[in-house]
Design a protein around this ligand. Structure first.
Ligand code: 5BU
Length: 277
C-alpha cells in the first residue's frame, strides 16, 4: 500500500510528472505541508510565500481573490517556485462541461494551465470534466496533474458514500492525469472491481481542514490535527491556511514563519510515524 511506502520510493515509481515532482520535493525538503495563501492583496500574497517557502512542498492559491492581480503575479510565482523548490496548486475547483473547463483552465486573464502544476475538479459533471482538462494539461510540455474532489472538509458536505466511490472510479479510468484526491482519508482500492489493476495504484491525498489549535470556524470549516490526518487517515499532504497565515490581515512575518515551521514538523512527524509502523 502506497501510504506505507516513503515519498521517495513513490516518487521513483509514479508515472505522472507532476506527482513525481511533488513527491520528490516532499522528500527533499522533508515537508508534506501545503500553505493556502488566501489573501486579497498581492503584496501580502508574496510576503507570505517568501516567508513560508523553505517549509513547504506546495503553495495553494485562489488567484481569483487577488484584487490587484496582474499578469506579472503568476510570472513571479513561477520564479519563486523554481527558486525555493515548491509546486503550485491553483484551487480552482472546475465543475463544468469539458469544453468550458478547457477554456477556463487555459484562457481568460489567469491562464491557469500556464503556471499551475496542479489544479482540482469536482467530479459532479462526470468524466467529461477530466476529458476537458486533459485536452489542455496533457498537451502541456510542463508537469501537469489534476486532483478530484472526493471529499470536502466542511460540515454537511454532500461528498459522501457513492459520490466518493464514483469519484475514485472516475479517477481510476484516467490515472495518467488524475494524480489523486482532495479528501480526508486514503482512497486506494475503493470501489475497485476484480478486473481493476489496483496493485500499482498510487493516488496522492491532499487534505484541507487542518489545524493544531482551532476545531473549526464560524462558517462550517472543520479542522483535524496533522496526526489525525496523516498518521491515522493516511493522507499525504496537509493543507493549512489560517492556522499559519492568521486572518490574512496585518500579517506578522515572524509569527507566520513560526507557524509554518510548527506545521512542517508536525506533518513530517506524523508521516514518519506512519511509514515506520
Ligand atoms: P483554512 O484557512 O486552513 O481553513 O483554509 C483551507 C483552504 O482549503 C481554503 O483555501 C479552502 O478553499 C480550501 N478547501 C477547504 O478548506 N476544504 C475543502 O474541502 C476544499 C478546499 Br476542496
Amino acid at each position: 500500500a502506497p501510504h506505507l511506502q516513503s515519498y521517495k520510493d513513490r516518487a521513483e515509481k509514479h508515472t505522472n510528472p507532476a506527482a513525481r515532482a511533488l513527491l520528490r520535493c516532499m522528500d527533499a525538503k522533508k515537508s508534506n505541508l501545503a500553505v493556502s495563501v488566501d489573501v486579497t492583496r498581492t503584496k501580502d500574497f508574496f510576503d507570505i510565500i517568501e516567508t513560508v517557502a523553505p517549509y513547504v512542498c506546495l503553495i495553494k492559491t485562489h488567484v481569483d481573490i487577488l484584487e490587484d492581480w496582474e499578469p506579472s503575479v503568476t510570472a513571479k510565482l513561477q520564479e519563486l517556485s523554481r527558486m525555493h523548490d515548491f509546486l503550485i496548486f491553483e484551487d480552482r475547483k472546475f465543475a463544468d462541461i469539458g469544453n468550458t473547463v478547457a477554456l477556463q483552465y487555459s484562457s481568460g486573464i489567469h491562464k491557469i494551465s500556464d503556471w499551475a502544476h496542479i489544479v482540482n475538479a469536482h467530479p459532479v459533471p462526470g468524466p467529461s470534466v477530466i476529458t476537458g482538462l486533459a485536452s489542455v494539461g496533457m498537451k502541456s510540455k510542463e508537469e501537469r496533474g489534476v486532483l478530484l474532489l472526493a471529499e470536502m472538509s466542511t460540515k454537511g458536505a454532500l461528498t459522501t458514500g457513492s459520490y466518493t466511490t464514483d469519484a475514485v472510479r472516475m479517477a481510476r479510468q484516467h490515472r495518467e492525469f488524475i494524480i489523486g484526491f482532495i479528501a480526508q482519508r486514503r482512497m486506494e482500492g475503493i470501489g475497485a472491481s476484480a478486473t481493476d489493476n489496483i496493485a500499482d495504484e498510487d493516488f496522492l491525498i491532499l487534505a484541507p481542514g487542518v489545524g493544531l489549535d482551532a476545531k473549526g470556524d464560524a462558517m462550517g470549516q472543520q479542522y483535524r490535527t496533522p496526526a489525525e490526518v496523516v498518521t491515522e487517515c493516511g493522507c499525504d499532504v496537509i493543507i493549512v491556511g489560517r492556522g499559519i497565515i492568521g486572518t490574512g490581515r496585518n500579517i506578522d512575518a515572524e509569527e507566520v514563519k513560526r507557524q509554518a515551521q510548527r506545521y512542517q514538523s508536525a506533518g513530517w512527524e506524523a508521516y514518519e510515524n506512519r511509514v515506520t509502523k
